[in-house]
Write a protein that binds this ligand. Sequence first.
Ligand code: SF4
Length: 299
Amino acid sequence: MKVIMAQAAGVCFGVEDALATTAGITNPQAVTIHGELVHNPLVQNRLRDRGFLVNSEDSRAAAPTSAQVLITAHGISNRERLRLTSAGKQLIDTTCPLVRRAHDAALSLAREGRFVIVLGKASHVEVEGLTGDLDAFAVVNAPADVRPYPSTKLGIVCQTTLPTREAQMLRGAIAAANPHADIRFVDTICRPTKDRQRALEDILRQADAVVVVGGRHSNNTRKLLDRCAEAGRRAWHVESAADLRRDWFLGCDVVGLTGGTSTLPETLREVHDTLLSIAAECQTAPQFATVGASQWGAG
Ligand code: SF4
């Protein structure tokens, strides 16, 4: 069994910068992280162990008790920023610049008098931030969400981690449902997401199965898995090397490895090393060579 690693995988610069900011904080007990810094339980546990207070994503409406509040890379709306600063909170802002760019694009489309449509998941914190400063908007996550909108001038932006193929499909559905609308699309999908998606396409051309490493709540990890399923490849979602099961790989010739933008390099390395050990066992264990791949479904 051969193991191939995606050319681009794991943490993006936005997450790296946020992690570097937390590493430099010397008084974590005085800081509340406003939501999950990254959707990665390993990182979350380390932050809690260091003493950071964490407001879960569902409880962000509650006022943090600490004087300092750390805004995650997913960003927040200006209205939310004002709510926190008006309550006397000092903000430590790790909003990714590419999320800011998406906010700017949405606001600029609204200023042009366009009804803004955000392509993405309405309940995702980044989308909540993106829409939080808009008075009228729609969020579209699937073709079934598309409507004729109450304006002939529409503006579309994307959640930064949306797959390009989904964006194209949803744009088409919006245009079809609003045939007379003047539609302006701003591609706010971030470069690291595009790099990871492109690298996955390379893997899908070579591998018959894929391991995707990432947090269970990581949206972009989920999207990588969805793409594997769409391409007809077996794919397994693991959070760490401990989740790997040797019998998954019976009958596999080439296994691809990738990870979402919140997956640490050390986790990817551990998964990679464990896959290599499994591959070495495959060379020596006769049952690995004789059991057909069709017996093993996706986990
Ligand atoms: S996924 Fe993209 S937008 Fe989000 S933090 Fe990473 S680089 Fe920034």
